[in-house]
Write a protein of this length. Structure first.
Length: 92
């Protein structure tokens, strides 16, 4: 039986709460967006996104040895418990 190495990813929201002094709400929002300091950031693991298949290699541990063997378009979604909600992909 052949081996396949599958790369999966998910989006993990990171947030921060910080107070900005500004004359208007627009200015406060602009200051928050332009603020590069994320030292107080927290991960929001309860709101992480769906799991997506982002790469497929023929064989074991192929990512360490070179390029992907297939191109993949994927919309595999898993619940937080890891059950497949929906799956749609095509590999070339």
């Amino acid at each position: 039986m052949p081996d396949f190495t599958i790369e999966t990813t998910y989006h993990l929201p990171v947030f921060r709460h910080r107070t900005y002094e500004a004359d208007t709400l627009d200015e406060a929002c602009r200051a928050a967006i332009e603020d590069d300091s994320w030292d107080i950031a927290e991960k929001d693991v309860d709101s992480s996104g769906a799991i997506h298949i982002t790469g497929i290699w023929d064989g074991a541990l192929r990512p360490m040895r070179g390029r992907r063997s297939r191109s993949l378009r994927s919309s595999t979604n898993l619940s937080s418990a890891g059950r497949v909600i929906s799956r749609s992909y095509s590999a070339c």
